[in-house]
Design a protein around this ligand. Sequence first.
Ligand SMILES: [Zn+2]
Length: 390
Amino acid sequence: MVANDARADFFTPDKSGILAAVQRREAELIDRLRTLVEIESPSSAKSAVDQAQTVFAGWAEAAGGTLLRHRHRHFGDSLEVRFGKPARGEKPTLLLGHLDTVWPVGTLAKMPFKVTRDRIAGPGVLDMKAGVLMALTAIETLQEMQLLHRPVTLLLHGDEEVGSPASRKLTETIAQRCGAVYVLEPAQGAAGAYKTARKAVGMYRLSVQGVAAHSGVDFEKGHSAVVELARQIEALHALTDLTKGITVSPGVIGGGTQSNVIAAEAWVETDVRIARTRNLARMDRALRSLRPFDPACKLTMTGGMNRPPMERSKGTVQLFRRAQRFAADLGIAIEEAATGGASDGNFTAALGVPTLDGMGAVGAGAHAVHEHLERRHLVPRTALLAAMLL
Ligand SMILES: [Zn+2]
């Protein structure tokens, strides 16, 4: 890795040339961003996500990419695009992204695509339609400058926002053949830090079965699932350990039928985040071994961990240091950050493939009505992405 870095630096051309070439493509990037954003593509709408994939595939093919469409039945297809000649023994770099968003069809009516001097707003601009276009622009720029000598695989999914149920296997299979993974998720915070660590994410559902009774006539015969649930929520919350980077957050509850009925059923859905792999099994056991406070009530825990943590590995830190050096060449500063949010980078990092995340746009409001990106970062970050593919 170190030797490779030295070689890459030695042959690295003037980064300002890349910056200028990306600058010339900015208008096209924003134009394409409008096209993609105006195809509303929530994870739940397969045909819409497929349409966004098709449009993107057209651009990627025109840029000389070899397309491979992986069909999914219930979610949008995954699109794999290969660029560059695979040299002997040289592993490709994987650019990983998604074209699904959290925004339902119809959102554009009240949250239209909008470009101002400083910002670009609209559903999915930041998370992450700009990111995938930055990747394509970076590749096109290197091709134009005849600098794309390494094989690059671009992989876009349509189910990331719902936990990647259909695409996970594909991500893992392809990542295993790759030397590094760059995730096109938005950068962290206003400074736009790259993400070198992410927590594992799990979703657990605790169902409580009590004993129903008339609250006036047979109060003593009842065993309230709602009261039991209230106690269990405290027990769940108490599993949080911030010093270890563990959070257990009961987020949605339900139960009971009427106020004059002692509740027979109640439930809570709990979000669990864990920073370290070594705490996964222990936490899973703790969550599954909750005991009822009222022995007449029954507990059932379902769900589990969805994404493993992306730990700050040596390989990831090396990628980050390289990005920092290239950023300095481009006249920008890059910080690193850890986050509780998860991405498909969690899967690739867990396989031991060096993964650098947050290489997409810089902005704020992902998944929120003020979602936007800051224009001043668009060109330099794209140039940095290109430099990282040299
Ligand atoms: Zn995303």
